[in-house]
Design a protein around this ligand. Structure first.
Ligand code: SF4
Ligand code: SF4
Length: 76
């Protein structure tokens, strides 16, 4: 099951240091040689460990989790 809704990389903030790419243990992130920025190439593989967010010194990457649907409705 996919764990994340989407991965956002702010290209204005990203300085292309590749720290997030090196830190991602499931190879979700890649380096775009044209823009010299990180890109989320395989977001469906993301395990939502948030190491990439921790590694980014400029706060350019944000991993948004998928909110699971409620299992049941509360009765009032
Ligand atoms: S949250 Fe973890 S698995 Fe997902 S892109 Fe970041 S480092 Fe990779
Ligand atoms: S760690 Fe941050 S600044 Fe460095 S490449 Fe990744 S998103 Fe860009």
């Amino acid at each position: 099951m996919e764990r994340v809704e989407k991965i956002t990389i702010d290209t204005e903030k990203c300085i292309g240091c590749k720290k997030c790419i090196k830190a991602c243990f499931v190879d979700v992130l890649r380096f775009d040689e044209t823009t010299k920025k990180a890109v989320a190439a395989y977001p469906q593989e993301c395990e939502w460990c948030l190491i990439c967010e921790e590694q980014c010194s400029v706060g350019a990457i944000y991993v948004q989790p998928k909110i699971p649907a409620p299992m049941f409705k509360m009765s009032v």
